[in-house]
Design a protein around this ligand. Structure first.
Ligand SMILES: Cc1cc2nc3c(=O)[nH]c(=O)nc-3n(C[C@H](O)[C@H](O)[C@H](O)COP(=O)(O)O)c2cc1C
Length: 182
């Protein structure tokens, strides 16, 4: 059975450069793992009062995470930090599935996770935050995180062009992820 990698793109923007990077990563995983994209657009801002009964959008996101062997997050940098979109999603997913045992397993328990990012500045700070957060929510971080700059022409023509070294790093990250889920 082929391995499943769930992509989380941390930008909801049409034409997102992080989404474009995800498409490149998908090519790097072709033939090695099945890729799907998590649609988390219907998940509301976290509110403990909304946890019970489980919202359909949250249940669907949990199912997608549980069915995946690994997660690959493609994250913009917002103010040198994690975009609220991704943090909100991870907060929801970090909650115990059975709330009668709040320390019990979440859908993310032991999940293998890696991160890449397209931005102009702040990758280092962003990656440091993910490297603190992801183990805290009981996931296993793998691979060297790939950082890409927004190339100068990208805002004019909407097309992200990855430098050769970045494309190589992305392929290596895909390889490392595949190795980790064998
Ligand atoms: C609220 C906000 C904060 C941002 N902060 C940063 C930042 O700290 N560093 C940076 O390089 N770009 C920053 N940007 C610009 C984003 O990197 C840029 O919009 C990028 O294209 C977002 O990724 P996307 O193309 O996948 O949507 C910020 C953008 C927004 C909307």
């Amino acid at each position: 059975m082929s391995k499943k990698v769930l992509f989380i793109v941390g930008s909801l923007r049409e034409g997102s450069f992080n989404h474009q990077m995800a498409l490149e990563a998908e090519k790097a995983l072709a033939g090695k793992a099945e890729v799907s994209y998590l649609d988390y657009s219907a998940i509301p801002l976290f509110n403990q009062e909304l946890e019970v009964p489980t919202l359909p959008a949250v249940a669907a996101a949990r199912e997608a995470v549980l069915a995946a062997d690994a997660i690959w997050i493609f994250s913009p940098v917002y103010n040198f930090s994690i975009p609220g979109t991704v943090k909100n999603l991870l907060d929801w997913l970090s909650r115990a599935i059975d709330l009668s045992d709040t320390r019990g397993a979440s859908a993310l328990q032991d999940k293998i996770v890696t991160v890449s990012s397209v931005a102009n500045a702040g990758h280092e700070q962003l990656f440091a935050i993910y490297k603190d957060l992801l183990p805290f929510i009981r996931t296993q971080v793998v691979g060297e995180f790939t950082a890409a700059r927004v190339n100068d022409s990208a805002w004019a023509d909407g097309k992200l062009v990855l430098e050769d070294s970045v494309a190589t790093s992305l392929k290596q990250q895909a390889e490392d992820l595949v190795q980790a889920i064998q």
